[in-house]
Design a binder for this molecule. Structure first.
Ligand code: AMP
Length: 398
């Protein structure tokens, strides 16, 4: 059993760093996609069920100069209360100071207090110790359940941990799930381990590919970034996306992979289009022989088959980045086919972890949410973890 599950919060005030950075409607300030709030509910509910009380702290948006109406966490009070079955949610108009201290002090078991946006103070992102200490005084126990900000050394995500004894600081259930899934893939992967890396730019994914060369048996490269590799190897790519300043990087990565015995799989064929448009004319061409005036916007049938074969024999799968411009119907087949192959491998016993905003959106949109082993909630944090970096939010508690 995990540290969080074993801990009894009876009569304790748990100060939880959550990631409630949700989209709000520009006119009404109503909560849009509430996935991040829902993701924290199991942690909140366990503490309340134990007879503890909950103090929630989060950031919202990117306030530049102190408090601003549109980034106030008060806009989520009603939504949160609804998700908690109508339980009233108290609110402190300032995350530190007299009101927060009073409201935290008078909180009774079973009650919930939400603090105003942490980023109304510049000290939050600066990782200011004095600010972190003031926050720490509000609770008896510190619970970090904000994986989405685990790669930031902010006051509430990392620095605050030093003001709690080892037994009084821990991950919440969401964080535990994220960390154990990521560790399973990076450090305890059953082989063959295939990483699927897609999306637009090679430059965004160099570090993750480099680190995965140490861990994976196979790396599938799809999406717009594949064409930089194609061109580097002497292929014709027409108007496909290409980072000309990364051609050498692409060759270096291929060379390193060869030296390490890692199989790199590039798409043999592509769905090509005569313009970047949902209604473009389309055709199929070898990915290394795309006619002038055309661009590769998805992987085509042979590539789908090629990648599916690799995935079907994999025991561990990491997926970051779509295979094509999946936002347009004409170019989503490849990403769908890969989602299907990941789902099939998962039902045959593989462990699959999907992370990164676009691949998560694709998996959800195409109906594979429950058919993969784990979907990560933290795009940037997950990427940094797989780049091999130490995440301050994790290190502060471990
Ligand atoms: P990233 O944020 O790097 O994961 O990239 C995701 C974006 O890459 C999505 O918006 C896709 O539409 C885009 N994308 C994927 N494949 C291609 C492609 N072949 N050409 C242009 N854009 C692409």
């Amino acid at each position: 059993m995990s540290k969080f599950s074993q801990h009894s919060f009876n009569n304790q005030k748990a100060l939880i760093r959550v990631d409630f950075n949700v989209p709000l409607d520009k006119q009404t300030s109503a909560v849009g996609d509430d996935t991040r709030i829902r993701a924290a509910l199991p942690t909140i509910k366990k503490i309340l069920a134990d007879g503890g009380s909950v103090i929630l702290m989060s950031h919202l948006g990117r306030p530049k100069e102190g408090p601003e109406e549109k980034s106030s966490l008060k806009h989520i009070i009603n939504h949160l209360s609804g998700l908690l079955g109508g339980l009233p949610v108290q609110f402190a108009n300032d995350c530190i100071g007299e009101e927060a201290i009073q409201k935290a002090a008078s909180l009774k078991p079973g009650e919930v207090l939400l603090l105003e946006n942490l980023r109304f103070y510049k000290q939050e992102e600066k990782g200011d110790e004095g600010f972190a200490e003031k926050l720490s005084k509000l609770g008896d126990v510190y619970v970090n359940d904000a994986f989405g900000t685990a790669h930031r050394a902010h006051a509430s995500t990392a620095v605050i941990a030093k003001f709690f004894t080892p037994e009084n600081k821990m991950f919440g259930l969401l964080m535990e799930g994220e960390v154990s899934s990521a560790e399973k893939v990076l450090h305890k992967s059953e082989k063959p381990f295939t990483a699927i890396i897609g999306g637009a730019k090679v430059s965004d994914k160099i570090l993750i590919i480099e680190n995965l060369l140490e861990k994976a048996t196979d790396i599938i490269i799809g999406g717009g970034m594949a064409y930089t590799f194609m061109k580097a190897m002497g292929g014709k790519i027409g108007n496909s996306l290409c980072e000309d300043d990364r051609l050498q990087t692409a060759l270096d990565l291929l060379e390193k992979a060869k030296a390490k015995g890692v199989n790199i799989h590039l798409p043999s064929d592509s769905v090509i289009a005569d313009k970047f448009d949902a209604n473009a004319n389309t055709a199929v061409a070898p990915s290394n022989n795309i006619p002038d005036g055309w661009m590769g916007l998805d992987i085509a049938e042979n590539a789908c088959g090629q990648f599916t074969n690799v995935l079907h024999r994999s025991k561990t799968i990491l997926w970051n980045g779509p295979m094509g411009v999946f936002e347009m119907v004409k170019f989503q087949h490849g990403t769908k086919a890969i989602a299907q192959a990941v789902a099939d491998a998962t039902s045959n016993g593989a462990f699959s972890l999907v992370g990164g905003g676009d691949s998560v959106a694709a998996v959800n949109e195409f109906g594979f949410t429950d058919k993969v082993s784990y979907i990560s909630t933290g795009g940037g944090a997950m990427l940094e973890y797989f780049e091999g970096k130490v995440l301050p939010g994790i290190a502060a508690i471990k």
